[in-house]
Design a protein around this ligand. Structure first.
Ligand code: PHE
Length: 342
């Protein structure tokens, strides 16, 4: 009899060791079958030999066999749980199943991109197509072709960074007008968004790099009426039908006449009372100077056009109440996330 008890205790040690080092659920299952299997299991084999013992010795071996079975079953269960948890299953110790899940971060549009897309939707509805030009420009496209001699004060106002090889970082998106007029014949109706660069101090209202959105229309018979109607229609679609639009005389070397365009938003407050904002300056605009048309190979006797340029960053500050332009560049996720799902 002592030999059966010895066999059991050797088998117990061996089985526990096997369970401990099992590294897959399949492994565990074959260990279970090997030791606990009803017909061919090794414990069953030992129990079959209980008949060889004296009757009074049998209960002790039976009891010991049951204890080993129980112990083995427990070991199998806890190893099954451990392996399942490793695989990402549930119930590993220390795992809090009541914690909310972590949503994957899907990314989103930068607020300035969001505003450009909103503005683009409106102009697309007015028949504009999209154009783009390089950020590294020639002096000729950025200034000269736009009627701005390099010694003109307007060229000083838009001082920028110069690159090797005679290029500069464009100080506005107006050179895209030049490129479009050189490569396309009228009728032209394009919108060109992009980054521009100026030697400006970085403060609440200035950044040395910022986005602009340029518009250009060239065709036969285009007048200042078309400019006013197009920009007023745009402003009402963007800020609401009650929005008022004002054109103030201004100067740009490449448009004549030129204007600054202001909007005043008229809206109802929470109590339903009519409220209005101050006049807000949103863009520069004007009729394309005939000299610019001619420079770009478009017959200024036959065609006229208008152009405008606005800063989507400023427009976004007004629309979303952003007090400091630097918020666009700080990469603070608490700020950026607010626009991610718009
Ligand atoms: N390019 C001008 C600027 O950056 C804006 C503008 C564009 C004015 C088109 C008139 C026409 O200030």
């Amino acid at each position: 009899m002592s030999s059966l008890l010895d066999d059991l205790s050797a088998l117990e040690a061996e089985a526990l060791e096997a369970v401990d080092s099992a590294d897959t659920l399949d492994n565990l299952e074959s260990i279970r079958v090997q030791y606990l299997g009803r017909k061919d299991g090794r414990i069953s084999a030992i129990l079959r030999r209980v008949g060889e013992l004296e009757p009074e010795e049998r209960p002790q071996v039976g009891a010991e066999a049951n204890r080993v079975k129980g112990r083995l079953q427990e070991a199998l269960e806890s190893q099954t749980a451990a392996l399942t948890a490793e695989k990402g299953g549930q119930g590993s110790p220390g795992e809090d199943l009541t914690l909310p899940g972590r949503a994957p971060w899907a990314g989103g549009r930068h607020p300035v991109t969001l505003v450009i897309d909103e503005l683009w939707e409106i102009f697309r509805g007015l028949g504009f197509t999209r154009a783009r030009g390089p950020e590294a420009e020639t002096e000729w496209h950025n200034f000269v072709a736009l009627n701005t001699p390099l010694d003109h004060p307007a060229a000083d106002e838009q001082d920028t960074l110069y690159l090797k090889g005679g290029h500069l970082l464009r100080s506005h998106t107006s050179p895209v007008q030049v490129r479009v007029m050189q490569s396309h014949r009228p009728p032209i109706r394009v919108l060109a968004p992009g980054m521009v660069y100026r030697r400006d101090t970085y403060d609440a209202t200035h950044a040395p790099a910022f986005a602009q959105l340029e518009g250009l229309v060239v065709d036969e018979g285009i007048t200042f009426v078309d400019l006013k109607a197009t920009l007023a229609e745009f402003a009402r679609r963007y800020w609401g039908p009650e929005t008022r639009v004002r054109f103030r005389p201004s100067f740009f070397p490449f448009t004549e006449p030129s204007a600054e365009v202001d909007v005043k938003r008229v809206y109802r407050d929470a109590e339903g009372r009519e409220q209005e904002t101050d006049w807000l300056e949103i863009m520069g605009a004007g009729m394309v100077d005939p000299a610019v048309l001619d420079q770009c190979g478009i017959d200024s006797e036959r065609y006229t056009g208008f152009a405008f340029g606005m800063g989507p960053g400023r427009i976004g500050m007004l629309k979303y109440g952003i007090p400091d332009i630097r918020a666009y560049f700080d990469n603070d996720m608490r700020f950026l996330r607010q626009f991610a799902h718009r």
